[in-house]
Write a new protein. Structure first.
Length: 131
C-alpha cells in the first residue's frame, strides 16, 4: 500500500472570498453563492412584480368578476354571487402567476387583458355615460 494522495482544490480568489460569494460545504467543495451586491439588481424586478401582483391583480379580478357576472346565464343576483365567489380564486391564481411568469412583459400583457374584460363587464354603464 502506498501513501494516500491528497487532492487539493484551488482556492477562489481573494476578491471572491472578500465579496462573500464563496463558501465551503460539508464535503469541502467550494460553492458560489449570491452576495448582497449581486442580489441588489434583482430588487427592482421584485418590486415591479409585487406591484403588478397587488394592483394589477385587483384590477384584473375586478374586471373579470364584472364580465363573468354579465355573461353568466343566471339571475343577476345569482350571477354576481357566483362571480364574486370565483373572484377569490382568480385573484390568487393571478398573484401566483405574476411571480411564476418567465418575463415581466408577459405579466404586462396579462394585466392588459383587464381592459377588454372591463369593457365587457361595464358596457351598460359605459353606454349610459357616453350616450
Amino acid at each position: 500500500m502506498g501513501v494516500p494522495r491528497i487532492i487539493t482544490r484551488p482556492m477562489p480568489s481573494r476578491r471572491l472570498r472578500r465579496l462573500g460569494i464563496f463558501r465551503k460545504t460539508l464535503t469541502g467543495k467550494p460553492v458560489v453563492t449570491r452576495s448582497a451586491i449581486q442580489s441588489r439588481s434583482a430588487w427592482p424586478a421584485i418590486a415591479a412584480r409585487t406591484a403588478l401582483a397587488l394592483l394589477g391583480g385587483y384590477a384584473f379580478t375586478y374586471a373579470f368578476t364584472a364580465a363573468l357576472a354579465r355573461l353568466l346565464p343566471l339571475d343577476p343576483v345569482d350571477a354576481v354571487t357566483a362571480a364574486s365567489l370565483l373572484s377569490f380564486v382568480v385573484y390568487l391564481v393571478f398573484m401566483l402567476w405574476v411571480f411564476a411568469a418567465a418575463s415581466l412583459r408577459r405579466v404586462l400583457v396579462g394585466v392588459g387583458l383587464t381592459f377588454p374584460l372591463a369593457a365587457i363587464g361595464f358596457w351598460p354603464q359605459l353606454m349610459e355615460v357616453l350616450g
